[in-house]
Design a protein around this ligand. Sequence first.
Ligand code: AMP
Length: 282
Amino acid sequence: MKIISSKKDLKTCILEHKANKKSIGFVPTMGALHQGHLSLIEKAIKKNDIVVVSIFVNPTQFDNHDDLIKYPKTLENDTKLLTSVSCDILFTPSIKEIYEENVASQKFNFDGLEHQMEGKFRNGHFNGVGTIVKTLFEIIKPNKAYFGQKDFQQLQIIKKLVKKYHLNVKIKGCAIFREKDGLAMSSRNSRLTETHRNAAPFIYKTLKKARKKFGTENATSLIEWVENQFKKHPLFELEYFTIADEKTLETIKNKEPNKKYRAFIAVFAGEIRLIDNIRLKN
Ligand code: AMP
């Protein structure tokens, strides 16, 4: 595996592969890799000649400085994992390499997707995400890029970014990879206390119960039910639970046939913020 930290070197390397008619698959990450990331990378490896993984903890998408500073960094282990799955190129740019002297986001209009859920609670988050993903796409020019449904709102926003800017890349959404006990894998899970980690499967269990109830209950009473489950729980603080249309990400009032719905949740386990979501059947 080649490890590259300069955009110029990466561009040269990609140009060579493109000249040899190789297809490029790309998986952007913030590192502290786990099986969830690897599931995306393995998919990319199956479908592309060359796979590029980036590790870059993007400062402009963090609204909480403490979260940015404490974001887990495990580059040595990440490199071993990537070598073990035969990743071709690891891109590890510095902040300066990406932003030069101006560490700031571009402003985007994602047709309202950015104002829902994470956008409401993490100020400027999707401008930061849009900025870094667009920059990385411009450097790497991948044929396909892989994103997890774990960050479903981000996935929909990236699809919108590609459409709005006519970017020539296919976006592939990948299923959520979970621990055996149901907790969605996340780099932040390593920061949970033992007590919070042991209790954390409660989040996905509640989502599954909500999915069952969605067959018979209306959205408003179901949202109230979930809010009550968390009010009663001594270890978690619910930030939001909502049921939204997959396309618009707007909270639904009434179920309509032929629409796809998903339940979304954000929870604080101590100071660690966890998100998850689940597809609903109507
Ligand atoms: P991150 O390093 O958290 O920015 O994640 C990089 C990519 O991996 C994003 O597209 C995430 O949605 C995806 N990802 C993170 N965790 C999981 C998971 N448990 N299952 C599937 N994809 C994931």
